[in-house]
Design a protein. Structure first.
Length: 89
């Protein structure tokens, strides 16, 4: 699976020296990954908001961005190169 281009999500930022350049919610030190990590183990959006002091809009923005990214067409693939049977011996 391709990596998301978080630079296209206005709710997040990456600043060298801030959380080692990880993508964080804008104006916070909270990594975007906490949303997905906690959803994966069964936390609700409300719990994530409470635990990490995030707004509903912030959490929904990253979830919607990730969901829209799944709808994007896949990048074009390189055409397969022909294999010469003589080189396989």
């Amino acid at each position: 699976m391709a990596t998301l281009d978080w630079s296209q999500c206005p709710a997040v930022e990456s600043i060298p020296g801030k959380r080692s350049g990880a993508w964080v919610f804008r104006d916070t030190r909270t990594p975007v990954s906490v949303v997905f990590d906690n959803l994966e183990v069964g936390a609700s959006i409300n719990e994530i908001m409470d635990w990490f002091h995030l707004s509903h809009e912030q959490v929904v923005a990253v979830i919607e961005f990730a969901a829209r990214s799944l709808d994007a067409p896949p990048p074009p693939q390189q055409p397969a190169q022909a294999v010469d049977a003589h080189t396989l011996r």
